[in-house]
Write a protein that binds this ligand. Structure first.
Ligand SMILES: [Zn+2]
Length: 571
């Protein structure tokens, strides 16, 4: 990396032309034609997408990846999930670029990373090299595009962050990186009927009709809604030339009677705020139908900074005699805009609001705790986006699997923003099993998920979770399974050895997944991990010489139940 290669001179004329219209004045992170499978701010599971996803040239790993500007490598992360192999470069312009899911790092970096992995005896590392160690030129190759971490198909996840705050910015800002002449598609409109507390009690969906020239309508033009006030939601995608991907839109504006009442734009979204996605979308539709809508109004506990609200804040009052004109405009970051226009008025037949059942209710911005039988459940303030309506019941469970009452806590599938604490009395757990006790969540299929466990100062078992469900103490004494998938006593001719590792219990929330450690002849060896296939593998290098060796592989779970695989092999 320190050797500065004048790659910039080799740029094609086309790339230079493309760069001249780029407000970032950046070297594109790849040299092939940039097509996107993801835009900034796109709606994803529990988060807004923090970068752009650049497609590989042919759907395979290995396309070279280049530094956007000059700078130095400030962070290298290797992880079996999340960003996988990721590079962070700090630039003199105050920005940090991030290149994630890489297949390989440049050889000089790869050597350094491996040294660090052996030093720390860990495959997963998070390295912050000194700023003098790896300087890069603008346009210098830094690695190869890949599919590592939580990636399902070769692509480059590329981010631009403000170095100081680490807040991701929209790389497509003002038509940068790609130019696209296709306007967003507005697929579906949803009308939320709201009660006086602005809680939705009924919804209706309307298919849009594409009139051409970026204009959309609904059948009949005027909606009759049996409610005093409504909110809108829109399902919209951005399409781009040359790709069939349904990408996220950049901005939305809602006008009522020609006055702007609500809008958002995806310019920057901090990681602290990204979970507000669940308030921005219709969470219920996401979990039931995997459908993502943008709300045209803000829930009270949604504090993300992407909205500009004016006047009525997006909630529309309805009148019987006067139809209100509504237009919804969605744009991509190149400024291509589509508009849906319709009218809405109050129907003669009103639908009466119904409140879902609950036995606990409080204000969303306050902390609260609820308690029954042997448990206490503590919710921090602003744990929900609107006042929670909670059904909480408990039952004495006589199954052998449970060592406490079973606590069923439900909030009608409203999204939960913060972790809340579940504390259960441990007195039914035999002494010798105390460190094997977990707080389990019982699924509809009867399967228990380990949600973590810690014995607190008052001797109770506690954990922090972000899901409702049925919680009880369970015991985990089952060790993990190790299955050789590429291993034999003679490893001659094989480039790697490989094992599948698995456990009987799923883990989630605050519970740790499987951990492992491998040694050859008593010395730690690097086993990489692919979380998607639950496999770990060692690729032979000159650290293991020809001859007979002793492999010892240990795998353990959250409760320290351990399995050891010991075998000799020749190389
Ligand atoms: Zn991505």
């Amino acid at each position: 990396m320190t050797r500065a290669i004048g790659l910039v001179i080799f740029l094609s004329i086309a790339a230079l032309l493309a760069m001249s219209s780029d407000p970032w004045d950046m070297h594109p992170p790849v040299k092939h034609k940039i097509l996107l499978s993801g835009t900034f701010g796109e709606l994803r599971t529990n988060h807004f997408h923090s970068g752009i996803d650049i497609k590989s040239r042919k759907g395979t790993v290995g396309d070279p990846v280049y530094a956007a500007w000059e700078g130095h490598i400030s962070r290298i992360a290797v992880k079996s999930t999340g960003y996988g192999n990721a590079l962070y470069i700090d630039h003199p312009n105050g920005k940090t670029t991030v290149y994630a899911h890489l297949h390989r790092f440049e050889p000089e970096l790869a050597t350094y990373i491996k040294e660090q992995q052996y030093l720390q005896e860990s495959y997963e590392v998070n390295l912050y090299p000194d700023s003098s160690l790896f300087s890069v030129e603008k346009g210098e190759q830094i690695g190869l595009m890949g599919n590592s971490g939580r990636s399902f198909g070769p692509h480059l996840h590329f981010e631009i962050r403000d170095t100081e705050s680490e807040v991701p910015l929209n790389p497509l800002h003002k038509g940068a990186i790609i130019s696209d002449g296709t306007a967003p598609q507005l697929r579906e409109l949803k009308i939320d009927y709201m009660d006086p507390d602005h809680r939705t009690f009924h919804q209706k969906k309307y298919q849009t009709i594409n009139l051409g020239k970026r204009r959309y309508k609904i059948r009949g033009d005027t909606i009759l809604a049996g409610a005093w006030r409504v909110g809108t939601q829109i399902k919209a995608y951005d399409l781009m030339e040359g790709a069939s991907n349904l990408n996220g839109i950049y901005a939305m504006e809602l006008r009522v009677d020609d006055e702007m009442v609500f809008s958002f734009s995806m310019d920057s979204i901090s990681f602290d705020d990204t979970r507000y996605l669940n308030a921005h979308i219709d969470y219920l539709d996401r979990i039931r139908n995997k459908s993502y809508y943008h709300r045209g109004y803000r829930l009270p506990g949604n504090l993300i900074q992407i909205y500009r609200e004016q006047g009525e804040s997006g909630i529309i009052k309805l009148y019987k005699d006067k139809a209100r004109k509504v237009d919804i405009r969605c744009s991509d970051s190149d400024g291509n805009t589509s508009t849906l226009l319709f009218w809405i008025k109050r129907a003669e037949d009103m639908r009466s609001p119904s409140t879902p059942s609950y036995n606990f209710r409080w204000s969303w911005d306050q902390a609260e705790y609820v308690s029954q039988a042997d448990a206490e459940i503590h919710f921090p303030e602003a744990c929900f986006y609107q006042d929670p309506l909670i059904n909480y019941g408990c039952a004495q469970d006589d199954s052998d699997e449970h060592f406490s009452w079973s606590h069923d806590i439900d909030n009608h599938d409203d999204p939960i923003h913060k972790y809340f604490r579940v504390e259960i009395d441990m007195s039914s757990v035999p002494d010798e099993l105390r460190d094997k006790a977990i707080i389990g969540r019982c699924g509809d299929d009867g399967q228990i998920t380990n949600c973590g466990a810690q014995i607190n100062e008052s001797g109770k078992l506690e954990t922090h979770v972000r899901s409702m469900g049925q919680y009880a103490i369970a015991i985990d004494t089952t060790p993990p399974t190790i299955k050789p998938t590429r291993f034999r006593s003679s490893m001659t001719g094989l480039r790697s050895m490989r094992f599948a590792i698995s456990d009987d219990l799923k883990t989630s929330e605050s519970a740790r997944g499987l951990n492992y450690r491998a040694t050859v002849d008593g010395k730690w060896v690097l086993f990489e991990r692919d979380a998607k296939s639950d496999q770990i593998f060692h690729t032979f290098d000159d650290r293991i010489e020809k001859g007979v060796h002793q492999l010892r592989l240990e795998v353990w779970d959250d409760r320290m139940n351990k399995t050891v695989f010991k075998r000799s092999f020749t190389r």
